[in-house]
Design a protein around this ligand. Structure first.
Ligand code: FMN
Length: 187
């Protein structure tokens, strides 16, 4: 089986983020064919189309981000829900990667979404708002299983390690399904 490089985008910038803990847990649970690396989004200036079309060069952080995402095989989004949608930092990263027009770094890459919240409905709203953007970005998302992870405050130990065997078992299967999905999409 081919090794697949997967960029992991974490939608929270918070130091103690459950989503970041989840991203590390997913990297540990993934099958050996997947190489997961978090690509940071916190230093990306807010997207302004003038900086892609005017005389000035695009911000270096945008260029570095685009160069980092372009060569990967697939993208895993691990995100909280803010006000029933995705956090602005995540939407900004998506917008930065999607431009200049015709040069989107997301185009054609298989994706998967794990949404994580301390709340009961597992950031369902963010998960599905993100799916709407993936349609336009031409990123086929893994459909099944869906991963809405609720009750996040009770899933991790003091070191930030996933400490719920049932959740770990489910997420291992999720990552196996993602690996199979990447193979199916990329051939
Ligand atoms: C601006 C803001 C809006 C939020 N809106 C929601 C929401 O719509 N649904 C939800 O489940 N949690 C919501 N929360 C709570 C987050 O789920 C919680 O802060 C969570 O820990 C964020 O993820 P993180 O731990 O990875 O940073 C919101 C938090 C903030 C700061």
């Amino acid at each position: 089986m081919a090794t697949r490089n997967v960029a992991v985008i974490v939608g929270s910038l918070r130091k103690g983020s459950y989503n970041r803990m989840m991203a590390h847990a997913l990297a540990a649970l993934a099958p050996p064919s997947l190489k997961l690396e978090i690509v940071e989004i916190g230093a990306l200036p807010l997207y302004n189309q003038d900086d892609d079309t005017g005389d000035t060069a695009a911000p270096t952080a945008w260029t570095a981000f685009r160069e980092r995402i372009r060569p990967v095989d697939a993208v895993l989004f691990v995100t909280p829900e803010y006000n029933r949608s995705v956090p602005a930092a995540l939407k900004n990263a998506i917008d930065v990667g999607s431009r200049p027009y015709g040069k989107s770094v997301w185009d054609g890459k298989p994706a998967a979404i794990v949404s994580v919240s301390p709340g009961a409905i597992g950031a369902f709203g963010a998960n599905h708002h993100l799916r709407q953007s993936l349609v336009f970005l031409n990123m086929p998302p893994l459909q099944q299983p869906e991963a809405y992870i609720g009750g996040a405050a009770n899933l991790f130990d003091a070191e930030g390690k996933l400490a719920n065997p049932g959740t770990a078992d489910f997420l291992k299967k999720f990552m196996e399904a993602f690996a199979a999905w990447i193979d199916k999409v990329l051939g």
